[in-house]
Design a protein around this ligand. Structure first.
Ligand code: GAL
Length: 659
């Protein structure tokens, strides 16, 4: 089946918003299953994910199959109008697999085994693991492929493991041979002449195992690429099996939010539905911004509607202190996901466990049961999603601005032995995305080599390493009349993490009007630099620029009078991290020059506005009521009432307005 004919999320939603969550009924007696479906109906649940961690129940001993309990559940779901996203159980192998086949267990960088007793204790490179995973997947697909409850496949769960063991070493060499062809080419790419690391045989090439002092950064970079690719191979093997049985049903695997270990641009190309798990800390003042970033990224990877596979109805149990969601926050953050393109709002998990590692993690039905606030709020949300679903589902978001992000640049820029360990790429990305959000500017994300046509403004918070193709792409965007704004530490290295001559790619220096990049001046935590008009943190640079390109200079300190912000025609370079308000003002100005407009002007700061299709979502992240001026009359899909010229939003209030 060609990509154009692959099924999509729309095949599962059928004009609705999917609402539900991970359902792990193995933990409960059968009477509870009947109570579960009663409550699911009550809450408007129309989708559950079954089987994520069911391997030891499905295959209690090697080769055995116990499907009876799952047959009952599939039938029960169908009889109650609940669709099933069926998971392959391969992220938590049964204890017998590790016991009988120790080669299936991964090893960390010290060579220590990761034992069963938790989860995700599988080696992506283990032929034995892959054989067992394929067999159970094949049998699940054969048995349930024709079941009327089945709406989608969910492969594994949050692929995230690495392996440094011997089988992984063999696989790594194979992967490197495919990338480099010859050992000479590998030695060149890895710069092995530094510190006597030249390999004379493929056998001496190792995973990024523990070393006495700093590891070879190009080796570490390739090991990260390899790990992401090996996990992807595991996903593809299972995906191909289920797709062969059910070519009409979409397949997904759930990403973790902005997870370091997986090049999810590459992965998303292989998914019919892009799904993500999202757990912002309810106490984090930037929690909603973090959510917005992950939602924008996921939407961009999906190139349309996406699936919120997991969130928490209340507290998680894996932070130091696990805060509940105050009344209304679960609804607000769920509708935020819908506003930013989700067509599925799901949770981990349906019913809170009484045993096991996650018994203090909330569920849609908490320990307090159906009278508990968690369930009551879930029920209200289910009704609202059902009401707005037909008008929302399938609709798109249009953005004039695009933010570039690349895992390979992140990996390369996060190595040991760099100018400042305080530069956290994810934090820089968040700072820039937050600035756009606070200016009410909607942005997509893209990979630096993606087609940027159609965007007025390209925003590069930081791309430490860039391929020539990515640089050409940026140049073409500016040459074609687009605007570009770039943060520090961009264009420094090539794809092998080799510093480009001059410390930054010459074409980029020319683009921004940088003549010489003398030195980087990273800042200590808490230190700042003053420039014309704002303070910068984290970083500063000693630059020589074309005089006409200087937009703002550093004031005081060692860099007094030297350029801080450069602008040459439509290309901007910002050599520090401006404080939040300054970054917001700068990006708002650049966006306005580029012709990118905010969703609404004059919004109170705690109100987020997103346009999805014809609908305008207003999301109030504050606790005190606010009134938003909105000339004209609109219809609020949530209240069913019209609003004219203004709307008042209460604590965590949301409006979904149709013109
Ligand atoms: C996710 C995972 C779920 C559950 C949840 C708890 O990472 O996929 O199975 O563990 O976290 O927040």
């Amino acid at each position: 089946m060609t990509a154009a004919h692959r099924p999509s999320l729309a095949d599962a939603t059928r004009g609705r918003i999917l609402f539900g969550g991970d359902y792990n009924p193995e933990q409960w007696p059968e009477e509870t299953w009947h109570e579960d479906v009663r409550l699911m109906r009550d809450a408007g649940v129309n989708s559950v994910t079954l089987g994520v961690f069911s391997w030891s129940r499905l295959e209690p001993e090697p080769g055995a199959r116990e499907f009876g309990w799952l047959d009952t559940l599939m039938d029960l779901m169908h009889a109650n109008g609940v669709g099933v996203v069926l998971a392959t159980p391969t992220s938590a192998p049964p204890p017998w697999l590790g016991r009988l086949h120790p080669d299936t267990l991964p090893r960390d960088e010290n060579g220590d085994v990761e034992w069963w007793g938790g989860r995700q204790h599988f080696s992506h490179s283990s032929a034995t693991y892959r054989r067992y995973a394929a067999a159970i997947t094949e049998d699940l697909a054969a048995r349930y492929g024709g079941h009327p409850a089945l709406t989608m496949w969910h492969i594994n769960n949050e692929y995230c493991t690495a392996d440094h063991g011997d089988e992984a070493a063999v696989a790594f060499r194979r992967w490197l041979r495919a990338r480099y062809g010859t050992l000479d080419a590998l030695n060149t790419a890895w710069g092995t002449d530094f510190w006597s690391q030249r390999h004379d045989s493929w056998e001496s090439v190792l995973p990024a195992r523990r070393t006495h002092y700093l590891k070879n950064p190009a080796q570490v970079l390739d090991f990260r690429r390899f790990t992401s690719d090996m996990l992807l191979e595991c996903y593809l093997a299972e995906r191909d099996i289920v797709a062969r049985h059910t070519p009409h049903l979409p397949v997904t695997t759930n990403f973790m939010p902005l997870f370091f270990g997986q090049d999810t641009w590459r992965w998303a190309e292989e998914e019919d539905v892009v799904s993500v798990d999202l757990y912002p800390d309810p106490r984090d003042p930037q929690g909603a911004r973090h959510g917005a970033l992950v939602q924008d990224l996921t939407r961009s990877q999906a190139r349309g509607p996406w699936m919120l596979m997991e969130q928490a109805a209340g507290p998680v149990n894996w932070r130091g202190v696990n805060h509940p969601k105050p009344p209304g926050l679960n609804r607000l953050w769920s509708l935020q996901a819908v506003a930013r393109g989700a067509d599925a709002v799901c949770y981990f998990q349906w019913r809170q466990s009484r045993q096991g590692a996650e018994k203090f993690h909330s569920g849609m039905v908490g320990h307090a049961g159906e009278r508990g606030r968690a369930f009551q709020e879930v029920k209200r949300l289910g009704a609202e999603l059902a009401a707005i679903g037909p008008e929302v589902s399938g609709s798109r978001i249009r953005a004039d601005i695009v933010i570039l992000h690349d895992w390979h640049a992140w990996w390369a820029g996060s190595q040991d032995g760099r100018p400042s360990t305080h530069v956290d790429h994810a934090a820089v990305l968040h700072a820039w995305h937050r600035a756009l959000c606070e200016a009410h500017l909607t942005a997509d994300f893209a990979h630096p080599e993606h087609d940027l046509g159609g965007y007025r403004l390209v925003v590069v918070p930081q791309l430490y390493a860039m391929t020539d193709a990515a640089i050409d792409n940026l140049l073409a965007h500016v040459r074609g009349g687009g605007a570009l704004v770039t943060g520090f530490l961009t264009g420094v290295a090539d794809q092998d993490d080799r510093v480009r001559p001059g410390g930054m790619d010459a074409r980029l220096r020319e683009l921004f009007g940088i003549r010489t990049l003398h030195e980087w001046w990273p800042l200590e935590p808490g230190e700042d630099v003053v420039t014309d008009g704002f303070r910068g943190t984290l970083w500063s640079e000693e630059l020589e620029a074309e005089p006409d390109a200087v937009e703002a200079v550093y004031r005081g300190g060692e860099l007094d009078g030297l350029p801080a912000v450069l602008r040459k025609d439509r290309a901007w370079y910002v050599s520090t991290l401006p404080e939040p308000e300054a970054l917001r003002a700068l990006l708002a100005r650049i966006a306005a020059d580029a012709g990118a407009r905010p969703v609404l002007e004059g919004l109170p700061p705690e109100v987020e506005a997103v346009r999805r299709g014809e609908l305008l979502f207003l999301l109030h992240h504050g606790r005190e009521p606010v009134t938003v001026a909105l000339p004209g009359t609109r219809h609020d899909l949530l209240t069913g009432k019209p609003c004219t010229d203004e709307i008042t939003l209460g604590r965590y209030g949301v409006a979904v307005l149709r013109p």
